[in-house]
Design a protein around this ligand. Sequence first.
Ligand SMILES: NC(=O)c1ccc[n+]([C@@H]2O[C@H](COP(=O)([O-])OP(=O)(O)OC[C@H]3O[C@@H](n4cnc5c(N)ncnc54)[C@H](OP(=O)(O)O)[C@@H]3O)[C@@H](O)[C@H]2O)c1
Length: 346
Amino acid sequence: MLTRPLGQSGIEASVVALGTWVMGGWMWGGADEQDSIDAVHAGLDAGVTLLDTAPIYGFGHSEIVVGKAIRDRRDRVVLATKCGMVINAPGGRSVGRSTAASPSEHGHLEIKIYNHPESIRHEVELSLKRLQTDYIDLYQTHWQEEDTPIEDTMGALMRLKEEGKIRAIGVCNATPEIMDRYRSVGPLDSDQEQYSMIHRKMEGGSFQGEDGLPDQMGYCEKSNIAMLAYSPLVLGLLSGSVGPDRVFSDSDLRSKQKRFSQPNRQKIADLLAQFQPVADKHSCTMAQLVIAWTVNQPGMTHALVGARTPAQAVENAGAGLVRLDAEDLALLDGLVRSGATELDLT
Ligand SMILES: NC(=O)c1ccc[n+]([C@@H]2O[C@H](COP(=O)([O-])OP(=O)(O)OC[C@H]3O[C@@H](n4cnc5c(N)ncnc54)[C@H](OP(=O)(O)O)[C@@H]3O)[C@@H](O)[C@H]2O)c1
């Protein structure tokens, strides 16, 4: 497994990371706890070192499951979690209420983005407890808000670092302007953004007809900030295993997304079929090919890939061994560019 540094932190982490949003169950039609624990163990045994979770994933459940899975192997893990998505916070930006798809014992809860220093200090203690550890390797603000000055948020994170509770600081869902403000206070080591073959906003340019976007991958590369792609398989859509016939339960967010409509899934299947010769050349699966493509884009250092079973975790980890050459990358890019105009990406 290839590893790359997390910014300037001195921490090396596997290019294929295991994402644990699905392990929270909420929004994913539930998750089996033992499968989740087994998936973490299988991923680690297959060479993954970086695990990504967040308090909001299943309202603490994902962190609890990860904590159980790693308590006897903490030294093998680069543990990343987040702060700033808070239930019933006194300030910040509301992002809506949990829906019937959330676990019933929580009722309907208001979720806010809230990066206030006092809230972060409270949150970190809860995460450490759920994760059964006394330090977090990478601590990231999950989303950004305007009520709290970014400099105050970063000041709080820097203090946590001085105290040894966290080792590196990252952001998610940010912009270069926002990152500049974090960096005016202290070193920022990572940026986590949605990125996949068909979601290319981070490259800037006009892949999806959105001209004038900044080249965020270029910014991170120049600034020595690791860039972590989230949803690189587009929630399974690019895994090669989600065909037009798969049925999603009502409590699975994919049941309501247009990109998972049956006609769109058929178009994706047609696009992926064109990748098959490249997959055959490397004796890899479609999911491995897509993940390998992702971590071979300039500036994209790591891919966070969700898995709900040990088999998925092992398959995805195998992408860390696939070495695509310039010809493969150009061929895949050309196919995506001609096929993506047909796709619904919403
Ligand atoms: N910072 C943020 O705002 C943010 C947002 C989203 C995600 N993330 C992070 O990024 C991670 C990954 O993103 P994601 O979970 O949204 O999407 P993803 O990695 O694109 O897709 C994960 C899903 O695809 C399916 N899958 C995975 N591997 C597969 C395989 N080999 N074969 C077939 N199906 C496979 C599984 O779902 P099924 O088995 O149910 O089909 C799995 O839950 C998350 O877990 C989280 O850590 C961060």
